[in-house]
Ligand binder design. Structure first.
Ligand code: FAD
Length: 443
């Protein structure tokens, strides 16, 4: 028997149920990745990380006697072509829930049936498969996080599966694909490098530091979060393996971290039930009268020149690293939607271009949460950026790190430079005048 394992956003060998099942059940396995123009080109940062992760996956497969077959084109057409060339009995892949992925799975199933091949979907993109726990009152997915978290935590998770020791390619498989291209240039100079090897190294280091997470995860300058999100996004790390490793470690830091991982699963199951999440407000009544006439404010926000240092620091971290601290994501997104009253989709799209961890469920789910159009049970809450800055960057170190124009201002004064006598001498703008008197909304 021969099986094709189609890799998508599960670029790893450890805890990969589709690969493990194929290597157990079939004599020959073709590990396949399709460089699909429908997915490439949305974010130079993600394209770079993806190519690095693919190179690492290829090397790992080579160590196991196989290789990664790389094709370019439409994922469904290329997968079926490869499967027919090797006379495969079946195709296996990890189940995914976005609209793009669902359509791809449906098309693959139809084509596989037409050619008398089986198509099997496996878990692995989330800790718990979307729909595995369901709300008591009916419905396919939870809309509120806390009850979801309780059910998620109490559920029986699947067992982790071991990485295969050997992967046997069928004869001639080496000639099926193209050479993997070198990683393209990204846009962010300080971006993390992709791959399972790097992800696992970071996870090991993180487990030594996880105890502080409970107290420290909001301390913006200390950078005490895991920075594992991009590795989870591309499946270089198995979310289940990460959650289990944290559970084994135990303690309040690990518990807080596992709870945060549950947010990721939460938005996947939200997306499974609401596939328009990137464009349509989940709570139409929460959709405000967004202003579309302020290109200047949008550009100031995007480039980190709003004149509100904590916001500008976050937006510049995004461009420098392809990543932003969660607290900064909340503050910058709240400023765009609740103060500047610009459409959340404009912010979402900008994040999506830069974030290496950018994916539809988490990016759009969180944007809708902040904008008050999504799953926040308090959709009218407002974040005061100055108070947030004073609380989560009390010494101002985070701001000084990313906004060099303000590097000379000591302590927390850096958060309100317009109050300083020599403000006019700084090469830094006054706060954006949005609507009305900014002094009021900043207080
Ligand atoms: P840690 O604090 O170490 O958390 C561990 C893991 O838990 C993360 O890697 C992530 O997988 C998950 N997680 C943590 N917080 C959240 C959350 N609020 N929602 C969903 N999962 C979470 N996260 C993404 O992975 N992709 C996105 O595109 C994305 N867009 C966001 C947009 C906005 C406006 C906001 C407010 C948040 C967004 N997040 C997104 C969530 C969160 O900011 C990042 O997951 C987190 O900052 C990643 O850093 P970390 O790995 O150090 O997180």
């Amino acid at each position: 028997k021969t099986a094709v394992v189609l890799f998508t956003r599960d670029l790893r060998l450890h805890d990969h149920p589709a690969l493990a099942a194929a290597t157990t059940n079939a004599e020959h396995v073709v590990p396949l990745f399709v460089l699909d123009p429908a997915l490439l080109g949305r974010s130079a940062n993600r394209d770079r990380f993806l190519h690095q992760a693919l190179a690492d996956l290829r090397d790992g497969l080579k160590e196991r006697g196989a290789n990664l077959v790389v094709r370019r084109g439409d994922t469904v057409a290329e997968t079926i072509a490869v499967a027919r060339q090797v006379e495969a009995d079946g195709i296996a892949l990890s189940h995914d829930v976005t609209r793009f992925a669902t359509r791809r799975q449906d098309r693959l199933r139809a084509e596989a049936e037409r050619h008398r091949m089986s198509l099997r979907l496996f878990p692995g993109v989330t800790v718990l498969a979307p729909g595995e726990v369901r709300p008591g009152g009916g419905g396919t997915n939870y809309r509120v996080f806390s009850p979801y978290f309780r059910a998620w935590e109490a559920a029986r998770w699947r067992d982790e599966v071991a990485a295969p020791r050997n992967v046997a390619l069928p004869a001639g498989a080496e000639k099926l694909g193209i050479a993997l291209p070198e990683p393209p240039e990204g846009e962010s100079p300080h971006a993390a490098a992709g791959g399972e090897t790097e992800g696992r190294r970071r996870l090991r280091n993180w487990l030594h530091r996880i105890d502080a997470y409970d107290d420290q995860h909001d301390a913006m300058a200390d950078d005490d979060t895991s920075r594992l999100s991009a590795y989870l996004r591309f499946g270089c790390l198995s979310p289940l393996a990460v959650a289990e490793a944290a559970r084994r470690k135990g303690g309040p830091g690990a518990a807080a971290f596992v709870r945060q991982l549950c947010w990721r699963d939460f938005y996947y199951q939200v997306t499974a039930g609401f596939q328009d999440i990137a464009r349509v407000p989940m709570r139409p009544a929460g959709d405000r009268n967004w202003r579309y006439d302020d290109a200047h404010a949008l550009e100031a926000w995007q480039t980190g020149h709003t004149g509100i240092p904590i916001v500008d620091a976050g937006m510049r971290q995004l461009r420098a690293e392809g990543w932003m601290h969660n607290r900064a994501r909340l503050i910058t997104a709240a400023l765009l939607t609740k103060h500047l009253r610009l459409d959340w989709r404009a912010g979402q799209d900008w994040f999506f271009r830069w974030l290496i961890d950018g994916d539809v469920p988490n990016n759009s789910g969180n944007w809708q949460w902040v904008a008050g159009t999504g799953n926040d049970t308090r959709p009218h809450r407002r974040f005061n950026p100055i108070r947030q800055a004073q609380r989560y960057d009390p010494e101002g170190d985070y701001v000084r790190r990313y906004v060099p124009e303000l590097a000379g201002i000591p302590g927390a004064d850096v958060h309100m430079p317009w109050r300083l006598d020599d403000f006019k001498g700084l090469d830094y703008p006054p706060p954006l005048e949005s609507h009305g008197d900014e002094a009021v909304w900043l207080r």
